[in-house]
Design a binder for this molecule. Structure first.
Ligand SMILES: *[C@@H]1O[C@H](CO)[C@@H](O)[C@H](O)[C@H]1NC(C)=O
Length: 310
Protein backbone atom coordinates (compact mmCIF):
# COMPACT_ATOMS: atom_id res chain seq x y z
CA UNK A 1 0.00 0.00 0.00
CA UNK A 2 2.78 2.28 0.94
CA UNK A 3 4.72 1.23 -2.10
CA UNK A 4 1.86 2.18 -4.31
CA UNK A 5 1.31 5.38 -2.47
CA UNK A 6 4.85 6.57 -2.78
CA UNK A 7 5.15 6.72 -6.56
CA UNK A 8 1.89 8.49 -6.60
CA UNK A 9 3.23 11.03 -4.17
CA UNK A 10 6.41 11.31 -6.15
CA UNK A 11 4.49 11.74 -9.33
CA UNK A 12 2.47 14.36 -7.59
CA UNK A 13 5.66 16.10 -6.54
CA UNK A 14 7.03 16.07 -10.03
CA UNK A 15 3.87 17.46 -11.43
CA UNK A 16 3.96 20.17 -8.83
CA UNK A 17 7.53 20.96 -9.63
CA UNK A 18 6.82 20.92 -13.29
CA UNK A 19 3.94 23.25 -12.67
CA UNK A 20 6.13 25.69 -10.79
CA UNK A 21 8.74 25.43 -13.43
CA UNK A 22 6.39 26.09 -16.26
CA UNK A 23 4.87 28.84 -14.21
CA UNK A 24 8.15 30.57 -13.71
CA UNK A 25 8.98 29.94 -17.33
CA UNK A 26 5.72 31.53 -18.25
CA UNK A 27 6.57 34.45 -16.00
CA UNK A 28 9.79 34.88 -17.84
CA UNK A 29 7.94 34.58 -21.10
CA UNK A 30 5.51 37.20 -19.96
CA UNK A 31 8.35 39.40 -18.95
CA UNK A 32 10.06 38.84 -22.23
CA UNK A 33 6.93 39.65 -24.06
CA UNK A 34 6.63 42.77 -22.02
CA UNK A 35 10.16 43.71 -22.84
CA UNK A 36 9.55 42.84 -26.44
CA UNK A 37 6.58 45.08 -26.57
CA UNK A 38 8.35 47.89 -24.82
CA UNK A 39 11.35 47.70 -27.07
CA UNK A 40 9.26 47.56 -30.20
CA UNK A 41 10.84 44.35 -31.39
CA UNK A 42 14.41 45.54 -30.99
CA UNK A 43 15.22 42.91 -28.44
CA UNK A 44 16.03 40.13 -30.82
CA UNK A 45 18.19 42.46 -32.83
CA UNK A 46 20.16 43.59 -29.79
CA UNK A 47 20.37 39.97 -28.64
CA UNK A 48 21.83 39.07 -31.98
CA UNK A 49 24.32 41.93 -31.71
CA UNK A 50 25.22 40.81 -28.21
CA UNK A 51 25.81 37.29 -29.47
CA UNK A 52 27.93 38.56 -32.35
CA UNK A 53 29.89 40.74 -29.94
CA UNK A 54 30.55 37.83 -27.58
CA UNK A 55 31.62 35.56 -30.40
CA UNK A 56 33.94 38.16 -31.89
CA UNK A 57 35.36 39.02 -28.47
CA UNK A 58 36.15 35.37 -27.85
CA UNK A 59 37.62 35.06 -31.31
CA UNK A 60 39.74 38.19 -30.82
CA UNK A 61 40.95 37.05 -27.41
CA UNK A 62 42.08 33.80 -28.95
CA UNK A 63 43.62 35.59 -31.87
CA UNK A 64 45.15 38.63 -30.17
CA UNK A 65 48.50 37.21 -29.05
CA UNK A 66 49.30 35.94 -32.50
CA UNK A 67 48.04 39.12 -34.13
CA UNK A 68 50.09 41.20 -31.72
CA UNK A 69 53.18 39.16 -32.33
CA UNK A 70 52.68 39.25 -36.06
CA UNK A 71 52.24 43.00 -35.86
CA UNK A 72 55.47 43.26 -33.90
CA UNK A 73 57.23 41.14 -36.41
CA UNK A 74 55.94 43.06 -39.37
CA UNK A 75 56.69 46.44 -37.82
CA UNK A 76 60.18 45.32 -37.00
CA UNK A 77 60.99 42.74 -39.54
CA UNK A 78 64.46 41.96 -38.35
CA UNK A 79 63.45 41.14 -34.82
CA UNK A 80 63.08 37.81 -33.21
CA UNK A 81 60.92 39.24 -30.51
CA UNK A 82 60.29 36.15 -28.39
CA UNK A 83 63.88 35.26 -28.46
CA UNK A 84 65.25 38.52 -27.16
CA UNK A 85 62.55 38.94 -24.55
CA UNK A 86 63.11 35.51 -23.21
CA UNK A 87 66.84 36.07 -23.15
CA UNK A 88 66.49 39.43 -21.43
CA UNK A 89 64.58 37.77 -18.66
CA UNK A 90 67.09 34.98 -18.41
CA UNK A 91 70.28 37.04 -18.38
CA UNK A 92 70.51 39.14 -15.20
CA UNK A 93 73.48 41.09 -16.57
CA UNK A 94 71.21 42.86 -19.04
CA UNK A 95 68.30 43.49 -16.73
CA UNK A 96 67.93 47.12 -15.81
CA UNK A 97 66.01 48.07 -12.73
CA UNK A 98 65.65 51.62 -14.02
CA UNK A 99 62.05 52.69 -13.88
CA UNK A 100 61.19 54.23 -17.21
CA UNK A 101 59.58 57.61 -16.56
CA UNK A 102 57.59 58.00 -19.74
CA UNK A 103 56.93 61.68 -19.14
CA UNK A 104 60.68 62.25 -18.91
CA UNK A 105 61.35 60.17 -21.99
CA UNK A 106 58.75 62.15 -23.87
CA UNK A 107 60.17 65.47 -22.68
CA UNK A 108 63.66 64.41 -23.64
CA UNK A 109 62.59 63.41 -27.10
CA UNK A 110 59.87 65.94 -27.90
CA UNK A 111 62.19 68.39 -29.62
CA UNK A 112 63.50 65.65 -31.86
CA UNK A 113 59.97 64.74 -32.82
CA UNK A 114 58.98 68.39 -33.14
CA UNK A 115 56.06 68.91 -35.46
CA UNK A 116 54.91 65.33 -35.01
CA UNK A 117 57.59 64.18 -37.35
CA UNK A 118 57.54 60.47 -37.91
CA UNK A 119 60.60 59.15 -36.16
CA UNK A 120 62.28 55.86 -36.67
CA UNK A 121 63.13 54.58 -33.25
CA UNK A 122 65.27 51.55 -32.55
CA UNK A 123 64.97 49.99 -29.11
CA UNK A 124 67.77 48.16 -27.37
CA UNK A 125 67.12 46.20 -24.20
CA UNK A 126 63.49 47.24 -23.70
CA UNK A 127 60.87 44.57 -23.01
CA UNK A 128 57.49 43.98 -24.59
CA UNK A 129 55.59 46.14 -22.10
CA UNK A 130 57.98 48.99 -22.71
CA UNK A 131 57.73 48.53 -26.46
CA UNK A 132 54.00 49.09 -26.06
CA UNK A 133 54.59 52.28 -24.07
CA UNK A 134 56.98 53.59 -26.69
CA UNK A 135 54.40 53.08 -29.39
CA UNK A 136 51.81 54.77 -27.24
CA UNK A 137 53.77 57.92 -26.36
CA UNK A 138 54.91 58.36 -29.96
CA UNK A 139 52.04 57.04 -32.05
CA UNK A 140 53.34 58.81 -35.16
CA UNK A 141 56.66 57.07 -34.96
CA UNK A 142 57.89 53.77 -36.19
CA UNK A 143 59.24 51.87 -33.22
CA UNK A 144 61.16 48.67 -33.64
CA UNK A 145 63.23 46.43 -31.46
CA UNK A 146 66.79 45.77 -32.41
CA UNK A 147 67.85 42.28 -31.61
CA UNK A 148 71.06 41.97 -29.69
CA UNK A 149 72.54 38.67 -28.75
CA UNK A 150 74.03 38.85 -25.30
CA UNK A 151 77.75 38.74 -24.67
CA UNK A 152 79.20 35.41 -23.74
CA UNK A 153 79.54 34.79 -20.03
CA UNK A 154 83.23 34.23 -20.60
CA UNK A 155 83.72 37.93 -21.41
CA UNK A 156 84.59 39.51 -18.10
CA UNK A 157 85.98 42.92 -17.27
CA UNK A 158 89.47 41.58 -16.44
CA UNK A 159 89.48 39.95 -19.89
CA UNK A 160 88.82 43.35 -21.47
CA UNK A 161 91.25 45.08 -19.15
CA UNK A 162 93.94 42.58 -18.28
CA UNK A 163 96.62 43.83 -15.95
CA UNK A 164 99.29 42.44 -18.19
CA UNK A 165 99.50 42.42 -21.90
CA UNK A 166 102.17 40.79 -24.01
CA UNK A 167 103.42 43.91 -25.75
CA UNK A 168 106.12 42.07 -27.62
CA UNK A 169 103.48 39.73 -28.89
CA UNK A 170 105.89 36.89 -28.28
CA UNK A 171 103.59 34.12 -27.27
CA UNK A 172 100.48 35.08 -29.18
CA UNK A 173 98.89 38.15 -30.61
CA UNK A 174 96.63 39.53 -27.91
CA UNK A 175 93.12 40.21 -29.01
CA UNK A 176 89.97 41.42 -27.41
CA UNK A 177 86.96 39.19 -27.11
CA UNK A 178 84.32 40.21 -29.58
CA UNK A 179 80.81 41.32 -28.72
CA UNK A 180 77.78 40.25 -30.69
CA UNK A 181 76.71 42.94 -33.15
CA UNK A 182 73.29 44.58 -33.06
CA UNK A 183 71.26 42.73 -35.57
CA UNK A 184 69.69 45.27 -37.86
CA UNK A 185 68.36 44.89 -41.33
CA UNK A 186 70.94 45.81 -43.90
CA UNK A 187 70.67 49.52 -44.58
CA UNK A 188 68.40 50.06 -41.60
CA UNK A 189 68.69 53.44 -39.96
CA UNK A 190 67.13 55.23 -37.04
CA UNK A 191 66.52 58.81 -35.95
CA UNK A 192 66.71 57.74 -32.34
CA UNK A 193 68.35 54.74 -30.78
CA UNK A 194 66.93 54.20 -27.32
CA UNK A 195 68.78 52.01 -24.88
CA UNK A 196 67.84 50.83 -21.44
CA UNK A 197 71.09 50.48 -19.56
CA UNK A 198 71.53 48.40 -16.45
CA UNK A 199 73.22 50.08 -13.54
CA UNK A 200 73.91 48.29 -10.32
CA UNK A 201 74.92 51.46 -8.48
CA UNK A 202 77.49 49.53 -6.50
CA UNK A 203 81.21 50.22 -6.53
CA UNK A 204 82.67 49.56 -9.95
CA UNK A 205 79.27 49.74 -11.66
CA UNK A 206 80.87 51.19 -14.74
CA UNK A 207 82.94 48.06 -15.20
CA UNK A 208 79.95 46.25 -16.46
CA UNK A 209 80.22 44.11 -19.55
CA UNK A 210 76.54 44.27 -20.49
CA UNK A 211 76.50 48.02 -20.00
CA UNK A 212 79.52 48.41 -22.24
CA UNK A 213 78.10 46.05 -24.83
CA UNK A 214 74.82 47.97 -25.00
CA UNK A 215 76.55 51.32 -25.38
CA UNK A 216 78.87 49.99 -28.03
CA UNK A 217 75.87 48.63 -29.87
CA UNK A 218 74.07 51.96 -29.63
CA UNK A 219 77.16 53.70 -31.00
CA UNK A 220 77.36 51.22 -33.87
CA UNK A 221 73.71 51.70 -34.70
CA UNK A 222 74.16 55.48 -34.58
CA UNK A 223 77.10 55.30 -36.97
CA UNK A 224 75.19 52.93 -39.25
CA UNK A 225 72.29 55.40 -39.26
CA UNK A 226 74.37 58.35 -40.31
CA UNK A 227 74.07 59.41 -43.87
CA UNK A 228 74.26 62.88 -45.28
CA UNK A 229 73.06 65.39 -42.76
CA UNK A 230 70.80 63.02 -40.94
CA UNK A 231 70.70 63.80 -37.24
CA UNK A 232 70.95 60.75 -35.10
CA UNK A 233 70.14 60.80 -31.41
CA UNK A 234 70.84 58.25 -28.74
CA UNK A 235 68.58 58.15 -25.72
CA UNK A 236 69.69 56.28 -22.63
CA UNK A 237 67.35 55.32 -19.86
CA UNK A 238 69.64 54.68 -16.95
CA UNK A 239 70.30 55.62 -13.36
CA UNK A 240 74.01 56.07 -14.08
CA UNK A 241 75.47 58.29 -16.78
CA UNK A 242 76.81 56.69 -19.98
CA UNK A 243 80.49 56.20 -20.88
CA UNK A 244 81.87 59.74 -21.24
CA UNK A 245 84.48 58.72 -23.80
CA UNK A 246 81.91 57.41 -26.18
CA UNK A 247 79.11 59.81 -25.24
CA UNK A 248 80.77 62.96 -23.89
CA UNK A 249 78.88 65.59 -21.96
CA UNK A 250 79.22 68.12 -24.74
CA UNK A 251 76.96 65.89 -26.85
CA UNK A 252 74.31 65.70 -24.17
CA UNK A 253 71.28 67.53 -25.50
CA UNK A 254 68.76 66.94 -22.77
CA UNK A 255 68.63 65.23 -19.43
CA UNK A 256 65.31 64.52 -17.74
CA UNK A 257 65.23 62.22 -14.74
CA UNK A 258 66.94 59.07 -15.91
CA UNK A 259 66.49 59.86 -19.59
CA UNK A 260 69.66 61.12 -21.28
CA UNK A 261 69.46 62.34 -24.84
CA UNK A 262 72.69 62.61 -26.81
CA UNK A 263 73.41 63.82 -30.25
CA UNK A 264 76.71 62.05 -30.75
CA UNK A 265 79.46 63.38 -32.94
CA UNK A 266 79.26 60.48 -35.36
CA UNK A 267 82.66 61.13 -36.89
CA UNK A 268 84.29 60.92 -33.47
CA UNK A 269 82.24 57.88 -32.54
CA UNK A 270 83.23 56.12 -35.73
CA UNK A 271 86.90 56.76 -34.93
CA UNK A 272 86.49 55.49 -31.40
CA UNK A 273 84.79 52.35 -32.57
CA UNK A 274 87.89 51.53 -34.55
CA UNK A 275 89.96 51.40 -31.39
CA UNK A 276 90.22 48.22 -29.38
CA UNK A 277 87.52 48.02 -26.80
CA UNK A 278 89.96 47.56 -23.93
CA UNK A 279 93.59 47.08 -23.07
CA UNK A 280 93.18 43.49 -24.18
CA UNK A 281 94.55 44.43 -27.58
CA UNK A 282 97.14 46.85 -28.88
CA UNK A 283 95.80 49.37 -31.31
CA UNK A 284 97.44 48.83 -34.66
CA UNK A 285 97.59 52.38 -36.08
CA UNK A 286 100.64 54.06 -34.57
CA UNK A 287 98.94 57.27 -33.58
CA UNK A 288 96.26 55.34 -31.75
CA UNK A 289 98.75 53.11 -30.04
CA UNK A 290 97.85 52.33 -26.50
CA UNK A 291 94.55 54.10 -26.81
CA UNK A 292 91.25 52.51 -26.14
CA UNK A 293 88.08 54.44 -26.14
CA UNK A 294 87.63 53.60 -22.52
CA UNK A 295 90.85 55.31 -21.51
CA UNK A 296 90.44 57.76 -18.70
CA UNK A 297 88.64 60.90 -19.82
CA UNK A 298 90.61 64.08 -19.36
CA UNK A 299 87.77 66.15 -18.08
CA UNK A 300 85.50 65.23 -15.27
CA UNK A 301 83.16 62.55 -16.25
CA UNK A 302 79.89 63.47 -14.64
CA UNK A 303 77.78 65.71 -16.79
CA UNK A 304 76.50 68.57 -14.73
CA UNK A 305 73.82 71.00 -15.73
CA UNK A 306 76.32 73.46 -17.16
CA UNK A 307 77.47 70.87 -19.67
CA UNK A 308 74.47 71.51 -21.84
CA UNK A 309 72.34 74.50 -22.39
CA UNK A 310 68.79 73.13 -22.60
C1 LIG B 1 59.12 45.09 -18.45
O1 LIG B 1 59.87 45.84 -17.52
C2 LIG B 1 59.09 46.57 -16.60
C3 LIG B 1 60.02 47.40 -15.74
O2 LIG B 1 61.13 46.68 -15.30
C4 LIG B 1 58.23 45.62 -15.78
O3 LIG B 1 57.42 46.35 -14.90
C5 LIG B 1 57.38 44.79 -16.72
O4 LIG B 1 56.66 43.85 -15.99
C6 LIG B 1 58.25 44.09 -17.74
N1 LIG B 1 57.40 43.41 -18.69
C7 LIG B 1 57.64 42.16 -19.11
C8 LIG B 1 56.67 41.61 -20.10
O5 LIG B 1 58.58 41.50 -18.70
Amino acid sequence: MEQRHRPAAAADDTTKRRATKSKSFKDVENYEVLVLEKNCGCKFKSLRYLLIAIVSATFLTLLTPTLYERQLQSSSRYVDVDWIWDKTGADPRYVSSADVQWADVYTAIEDVSAGNRELKIGLLNFNSTEYGSWSRILPESHVSIVRLEHAKDSITWPKLYPEWIDEEEESEIPSCPSFPEPNGRRGAWFDVIAVKLPCTRVAGWSRDVARLHLQLSAAKLAVASSRGNRKVHVLFVTDCFPIPNLFPCKNLVKHEGNAWLYRPDLKAVREKLRLPVGSCELAIPLKAKGKTFLSRPKKRSICDDTAFSK
